[in-house]
Design a protein around this ligand. Sequence first.
Ligand code: GAL
Length: 392
Amino acid sequence: MLKKGKALWLLAAAVCLALVLAACSGDTAGDVEETDGDTSEEAGTNTGEAAGEGNLDVGIVLPTRDEPRWVQDEQRFKDALADSQYTTEILFSQGSSANELQNVETLISKGIDVLIISPHDGDAAGAAAAAAAAEGITVISYDRLITNSDAVDYYVTFDSVAVGAAQGQYLIDNVEGTGVPLYLYAGAASDNNAFLFFEGAWSVLQPKIADGTFVIANSSEAEALADQAELSRDEMGRVLGQITTNWDPNEAINKAQTHLTAASDDLKGDVAILAPNDGTARSIADTFATDSDITSYVVTGQDAEMASIQYIIDGKQSMTVFKDVRRLVEDAMGMAIALLDGNTPETTGAYDNGAKEVQAMQSEVIVVDQDNVKAELIDSSYYEASDFTGLE
Ligand code: GAL
């Protein structure tokens, strides 16, 4: 029998060897344990048969799985890539820029050539973009723009200013008289889109505030700017600071309750509500519906989430701005495949992200209310009629 000392050394050597073997295979998808960056096998969605270490073609990073909007995008990517020869993986950042960077590092270690990323925080995502660019990976910003970074190459999005303008115009077209109380809400200030949505809404609402059609009910900063047609980023930032929902339905409820509690009687009755997206619109609408001094409300939305389409059918939400995610996925993957094939992707314009002009592809948006739910969402096969009740 071997002397204990020697036996121990051999044991230690055996353990080390096992560890080295494990370490070499550690960065394949199967082996990664669950982290709150959601990078585990069942969370990371692989497409294409050979998704494994070192030969992943495209990495896709989405902000959070906690919002129906981004789960919709995951599904639409899966649908679009089902028979693709290209290998991809979809990871979620769960509302954290630290997770986002970790996700990108994971995808870099899997050998991606193209990164498609919708940033949690536009500025903070510059770090993840720079990490990818340093490895010669092409970075495509998806729906939301990565800001103040020269490490982003392309941008695919919808016309976000048109989203806000459509929401504002819907309120104008659906109220009567003058002095209509206007409750303003917005998205997260860390999201460049929140500024574009508000810019669009303000561009059509401001003249109607200035002529007395609307009275701002919940923002002293917006009231102070009521006579100003165009707002600077800082001025918009001050307003967003008062009316942001941070894209969080619960924060939207808290803000709406606070605003209704503070509102005097002349700011109740028939009111107009600018809600930035569907998730927050349902929360705000439900809160206003519980206030007996509110006799009616017109409320906007965005994203055509299934739950909000049912609210629209039931008359509990007035409209949404439909952004056909199938189109955005098609544009993003079209760019990625062009790049993988060594070609220059087609673009239709550019966005100044504060550091450079980012070449972009932008898609149109569609207003949906009770009158055209069927035409825009069922006839286009975005949803099935059976997904809803009460659809005429
Ligand atoms: C925006 C996006 C919207 C909305 C929101 C919340 O950037 O364009 O569709 O859903 O984020 O995540």
